[in-house]
Design a protein around this ligand. Structure first.
Ligand code: C5P
Length: 228
């Protein structure tokens, strides 16, 4: 299981400060660059992080018509990013087109599909998708598997079922992790490291419990110890 840290700080300087502070662990760590920092700091920021030796997960959750998604995927692949994601709800045809477009790259990024956002309660989810989270997340995961993506973004609570119904090697990346039972914030389906391990999560995503901590390095060290 690998640790992926969400760089959701309000400024580039704070994100870079955190990345520098954790540099000694860079080979073992993935940094998740999301909307906020990518919209603000762009490619230059990614290059800076890559130069420090980090693995980069670009969390832009692409959702558009198939051709536009494939165009975006191609530009992402040119950026030397290690992993990015799309919404499974964009459909199998869109996911197929993304994977086809990436065939020309000798080394392409891993591609994950978002199933259900971990901030959804069951009720909220049903209102939009018409089914309960477990059922629909599994359907989305099967679509992503069929389209030959590398894995999915899901909550810990769906991760094992998804692996059991696809393949052992189909990646599950699970946000909403509160490593040692910290405050959930706006997340609804949180889990700790032990539960993530039991459910065979491949990547855990941790944001606020690390970047808002007084001593991020100490927490990261503790988490990495637990993951061994
Ligand atoms: O601070 P926290 O640990 O809750 O951060 C979780 C990160 O994972 C955020 O950057 C959020 O955008 C992202 N994420 C999520 N649920 C998903 C996909 C991504 O929480 N399904």
């Amino acid at each position: 299981m690998k640790l992926c840290i969400a760089l959701d700080n309000p400024t580039k300087e704070e994100n870079l400060k955190l990345a520098k502070e954790l540099k000694e662990y860079s080979k073992d760590l993935w940094l998740k660059v999301g909307f906020r920092s990518f919209i603000r700091d762009g490619r230059e920021f990614i290059v800076e992080l890559k130069n420090m030796g980090y693995n980069i997960f670009l969390d832009l959750k692409l959702y558009d018509i198939p051709n536009t998604m494939a165009d975006a995927a191609e530009e992402i692949a040119k950026m030397n990013i290690d992993m990015f994601n799309v919404h499974a709800s964009a459909g199998i045809r869109a996911m197929n087109e993304v994977m086809n477009r990436l065939k020309k790259f000798e080394k392409r990024p891993l591609v994950l599909a978002v199933t259900a956002l971990t901030s959804f309660s069951d009720e909220e989810f049903k209102e939009i998708y018409g089914k309960d989270i477990e059922t629909k997340a599994l359907e989305f995961a099967k679509d992503a598997y069929e389209a030959k993506l590398d894995g999915v973004v899901c909550s810990v609570w769906e991760a094992l079922e998804i692996k059991n119904n696809t393949n052992e090697n189909f990646i599950t990346l699970t946000p909403g992790i509160r490593p040692f039972g910290e405050d959930a914030g706006d997340q609804r389906r949180v889990a700790d490291i032990k539960t993530a391990k039991e459910n065979k999560s491949d990547f855990i995503v941790v944001g606020r419990p690390i970047y808002k901590s007084q001593n991020p390095k100490k927490i990261v060290k503790q988490i990495l110890k637990e993951l061994k």
